[in-house]
Design a protein around this ligand. Structure first.
Ligand SMILES: [Zn+2]
Length: 496
C-alpha cells in the first residue's frame, strides 16, 4: 500500500534532504480508501502526497511525513479520503428545468420536449453551471457531460478546474426535435441536419481535445441509434477509429427507441449495433434500459462499457437496467446522474445508494451490489469504463491527484467503528448525502475547501439560474405546446 515514486524518477532539484522530497500538499491522518487492489484499499491513518497535478506518495502518515517536505499540510483526522467521484453521464444544461418531468409516461416527449424547445444558449449555460457546482460540492471530480455545444460550456469546465469528458450531441432530428410527433410515430430523420450536427461536433471535438492540460477530453456523441441515419452512424464509427475517440451513446434507452428500431430496421438495438460493428471497447453504452439480461451479457462480452443511471431510469422508466448481468459478464460499469429534470439531482452518493438498493430489491437479495462494489463503480471501475483508468479512479503514485475529503463527524456518518467490523464504506454509500464533502482536489488543485467552492461564484450562479429558469418557464407557458405536458393533469388536481 505504501508506494512512493522512486527518487530516480524525481528531479534532483526537488530533493530537500537525503530522504525528503518536496511536495505541494500532504493530506494526512485519514481513513484512506485508495481503491487499489480488488476491494477498497483501506489504510488507517493514511496520507497522500501531491505535487503538481500528480500523486507522489500514498501510505501511512508516519512514513509520508518522514519522507516528504510539504508546502502545505491538510489534517484529515476524522475524515475519509477517497478518489474523486466519477459521474459518467450527465446533461448539465437540463438542470435549468430541474424537477419538471418525473412521475410521467413518455418522459422525453410528454415531459421534456416542451422545455427543450425553449432552451436558449444562455439558459443552457446557467443550467450547466448550476449542475456542475452542485455535483462538485458533492464530490464529483470527473464529468461525463453530453450536450449540443453552446458558448461557454467547455470554458466553464476550464475555469472551475474539474475534469470533463465531453460529448457533443450528434443527431439527425429535424429542427423542433421530438416535440412535433405523436407517441408511436416513426419520426423522420433529416440527413442534412445530421450532417451539420456531425460537422459541428467534430469541430468542437478537435478544438477542445486535451485542453486544460488534458483535463478536458472528448468522446463522439451520436445521441442514440434511432436518432441518426445508418450511414451517419457508420461515419461516426469511422471517425472514432481514425481519431482514437470513444463513442458515448444512449443504447436501448426506452421502449420508444426499441419501437423505432424495429419499425425502421426490423430488429432490436443490440442486434442492430452488432451488425453495424459498434459493439467493442470503443463504445460507452448508456442506460441499456430495455436490453434483456441476455442482450446485456452479449454487449458486455464484446468489450463495450456501460453507464448505469439508477436514479434517472428509476424515476423516468420505473426500470432497473441490467447492470448486474453486464458486470457478471465482465463488463465495467460507471455510474451517471443523467439529468436533473427527471432525477432530480447530480450527486454520486445518491446514485451509489440507489444502485445498491434497486438491485437488491430487483433480485430480492441483499448480497447483490454491496456498498464496496458501488463505491468501485463510482471510482476505479467507472474510470476504466470511461477509458481513464490509467489516470484517475484510485489513489496511486503517478496518477492524477483527484480526491475528496469527507467529514466523518457528520451526525449521519457517526460513530466511526473500525474493529472488529469497519462501518465507513457502508455509511458513505447508505448514509452520506454529499454535504459531508469538505475538500475537493482535481489535478492537485483545491477546488472546494471547507465546503466552499473556490473557483466560481456560487451565489451569482444560483441567481442567474433562477433568472434564466423563470424566463424559460414563461416562454413555455406562453406556448400552447405546454398543454401537452403530462404533468398538467397533476397541476390541475393540485398535486404539485
Ligand atoms: Zn442521457
Amino acid at each position: 500500500m505504501d508506494d512512493t515514486l522512486p527518487q530516480s524518477d524525481m528531479n534532483p532539484a526537488d530533493l530537500t534532504g537525503p530522504s525528503h522530497l518536496s511536495c505541494d500538499i500532504l493530506i494526512h491522518g485519514a481513513h484512506l480508501f485508495t481503491m487499489q487492489g480488488s476491494g477498497v484499499g483501506y489504510l488507517a491513518d493514511g496520507a497522500v502526497a501531491v505535487r503538481g497535478t500528480r500523486i507522489m506518495g500514498v501510505g501511512p502518515t508516519a512514513d509520508l511525513r518522514a519522507r516528504f517536505e510539504p508546502a502545505e499540510i491538510i489534517d484529515a483526522s476524522h475524515c475519509a479520503v477517497l478518489p474523486g467521484l466519477i459521474d459518467a453521464h450527465m446533461h448539465t444544461p437540463l438542470a435549468i428545468f430541474r424537477g419538471v418531468a418525473q412521475d410521467v409516461s413518455q418522459w422525453m416527449q410528454l415531459g421534456l420536449a416542451a422545455f427543450n424547445q425553449h432552451l436558449t444558449s444562455s439558459a443552457a449555460m446557467a443550467g450547466s453551471q448550476l449542475n456542475v457546482l452542485e455535483a462538485l460540492k458533492a464530490g464529483t471530480t470527473t464529468f461525463g457531460d453530453y450536450a449540443r455545444p453552446f458558448p461557454g460550456w467547455a470554458e466553464f469546465y476550464l475555469q472551475v478546474g474539474v475534469r470533463a469528458r465531453l460529448a457533443a450531441t450528434i443527431n439527425a432530428l429535424p429542427p423542433g426535435g421530438m416535440a412535433g410527433w405523436q407517441v408511436g410515430d416513426l419520426y423522420p430523420l433529416d440527413n442534412e441536419a445530421g450532417c451539420r450536427s456531425l460537422d459541428a461536433a467534430i469541430r468542437f471535438t478537435r478544438h477542445w481535445q486535451g485542453a486544460g492540460d488534458g483535463r478536458i477530453s472528448l468522446m463522439l456523441g451520436p445521441q442514440a441509434p434511432d436518432m441518426l441515419t445508418r450511414d451517419q452512424l457508420r461515419e461516426v464509427k469511422r471517425l472514432a477509429q481514425m481519431e482514437g475517440l470513444m463513442i458515448h451513446m444512449h443504447v436501448a434507452q426506452g421502449d420508444r427507441e426499441i419501437s423505432q428500431m424495429t419499425q425502421r430496421y426490423g430488429m432490436r438495438t443490440p442486434e442492430f449495433l452488432r451488425q453495424l460493428g459498434y459493439l467493442d471497447q470503443q463504445l460507452l453504452a448508456v442506460h441499456l434500459t430495455e436490453a434483456s439480461e441476455q442482450e446485456a451479457e452479449l454487449i458486455a462480452q464484446s468489450g463495450t462499457r456501460m453507464v448505469l443511471c439508477s436514479g434517472s431510469i428509476g424515476i423516468i422508466d420505473g426500470i432497473v437496467p441490467p447492470a448486474h448481468a453486464f458486470r457478471e459478464a465482465g463488463g465495467p460499469v460507471a455510474l451517471g446522474s443523467d439529468q436533473a429534470c427527471g432525477n432530480n439531482c447530480s450527486n454520486i452518493f445518491n446514485e451509489m445508494k440507489l444502485t445498491a438498493l434497486f438491485n437488491k430489491i430487483r433480485f430480492r437479495d441483499p448480497t447483490v451490489m454491496p456498498a464496496w462494489e458501488v463505491l468501485r463503480m463510482a471510482t476505479i471501475e467507472g474510470a476504466e469504463a470511461i477509458g481513464l483508468g490509467d489516470q484517475i479512479g484510485s489513489l496511486r503514485v503517478g496518477k492524477q491527484a483527484d480526491l475528496i475529503v469527507v467529514d466523518l463527524r457528520a451526525l449521519n456518518l457517526s460513530p466511526v467503528i473500525t474493529d472488529p467490523v469497519r462501518n465507513i464504506v457502508p455509511n458513505l454509500v447508505y448514509a452520506a448525502s454529499g454535504r459531508e464533502v469538505k475538500t475537493v482536489m482535481v489535478a492537485g488543485r483545491l477546488l472546494v475547501r471547507n465546503g466552499q467552492v473556490l473557483t466560481a461564484d456560487e451565489n451569482a450562479i444560483r441567481s442567474e439560474a433562477q433568472v434564466q429558469a423563470t424566463a424559460l418557464a414563461k416562454r413555455v407557458a406562453a406556448d400552447p405546446i405546454h398543454r401537452g405536458l403530462a404533468l398538467m393533469q397533476a397541476m390541475k388536481k393540485g398535486q404539485l
